[in-house]
Design a protein around this ligand. Structure first.
Ligand code: PLP
Length: 259
C-alpha cells in the first residue's frame, strides 16, 4: 500500500510509561474521535503517576525522520506537538512543519510534569518561541507556561493573562488558547485569542476531580477536529467538551461506592 488515505493526526511527543500523559493519551483521544494516529517519539520517559524518574531524549534527526516517514505513509490532516525535550528537537520539528505548511499544527508547550520534573531544557524556550510557535495554528499554554513563555510572573487575573497572551501574538503566535484550569474559583475559563479576531471566553463549571494528561487530551482533540476541517473555534469547543466529559466520568467514578 503506497499511502494510507484514512485521515491521520501525527503526534509528536514523549512516551509516558504510566499511560497518564504523553503519546498514549494522545492516541487514545484521537482514536476516540474516530481518526487514526501516527507518531514521532521525541523522548522516552520513565514515570508513575507520582514521579518522573528518567528521561531519554531522542536525537533530533531521528525525530525528523519519524515525522517524514509518517507523512509519507499516511494522509496526515493535522499535527499535534507535545513534549519536545531539547532545542535541537524543536528546530528539527520546525523544519518538517515548514515543509508541510498546509497541515494545521497544535502545540501544547509542555514545560514540566505535574510532579515538577522539567520536560523541556530551559534554554530551549527561546527556540520554541522563535522557530516553532509561528508555524503552529494554535498554541495551548496553561497560566504557568504562559508566564514562562513571556518571562513574566504568574498572571494574577484575567487582564494580566490577556496581556501576556497578546505579547505572544506580537511575538509571532497565530492563535492561543490560554487554559485557566489551574486558576481558582467556581468556573474554569479558557481564553481563545487570535490575531485580528475577537477574543472568545470558554467557560465551564470547575470540577472537583483532577486527572493527569488533560493538556495532552485537549490539544489532541483540537488537532483531531481541525483535521476534519472544522474551524478553530469549533474545534476548541469540541476539545473542551471532551476533556470536561472525561473529568466528569473521573469525578463520578471516584464518588461511586465501589471506588
Ligand atoms: N509526560 C509526558 C511525556 C507528557 O507529554 C506530559 C504532558 O504533556 C507530561 C508527562 C505531563 O503530564 P502531567 O501534567 O499529567 O504530569
Amino acid at each position: 500500500m503506497a499511502l494510507n488515505r484514512d485521515p491521520h493526526v501525527l503526534v509528536v511527543g514523549g512516551s509516558d510509561s504510566s499511560g497518564g500523559a504523553g503519546i498514549a493519551r494522545d492516541i487514545e483521544t484521537i482514536t476516540a474521535i474516530g481518526l487514526r494516529a501516527c507518531v514521532a517519539v521525541t523522548a522516552v520517559t520513565v514515570q508513575t503517576h507520582q514521579s518522573v524518574t528518567a528521561i531519554h531524549h531522542m536525537q533530533a534527526g531521528l525525530v525528523a525522520d519519524q515525522m517524514r516517514a509518517a507523512l509519507r505513509a499516511n494522509k496526515v490532516s493535522a499535527i499535534k506537538i507535545g513534549m519536545l525535550s531539547t532545542g535541537r528537537v524543536i528546530a528539527a520539528v520546525a523544519a518538517v512543519l515548514s515543509e508541510n505548511s498546509r497541515i494545521p499544527a497544535v502545540l501544547d508547550p509542555v514545560l514540566a510534569s505535574s510532579s515538577g520534573r522539567a520536560l523541556l531544557e530551559p534554554g530551549a524556550i527561546v527556540v520554541l518561541k522563535r522557530d516553532l510557535m509561528p508555524l503552529c495554528r494554535l498554541v495551548t499554554p496553561n497560566l504557568v507556561e504562559l508566564a514562562v513563555l513571556t518571562g513574566s510572573d504568574l498572571a494574577s487575573d484575567d487582564d494580566d493573562a490577556l496581556r501576556q497572551g497578546r505579547q505572544l501574538l506580537t511575538e509571532g503566535a497565530q492563535a492561543l488558547l490560554i487554559k485557566g484550569g489551574h486558576a481558582v474559583g467556581p468556573r474554569s475559563t479558557d481564553i481563545l485569542l487570535s490575531g485580528g479576531q475577537e477574543l472568545v471566553r470558554l467557560d465551564m463549571p470547575r470540577l472537583a476531580g483532577s486527572m493527569r494528561g488533560t493538556g495532552c487530551m485537549l490539544a489532541s482533540a483540537i488537532a483531531a477536529h481541525l483535521a476534519g476541517a472544522k474551524p478553530l473555534e469549533d474545534s476548541v469547543r469540541e476539545g473542551k467538551r471532551l476533556v470536561f466529559e472525561k473529568l466528569l466520568q473521573c469525578v463520578e467514578r471516584d464518588a461511586s461506592p465501589e471506588a
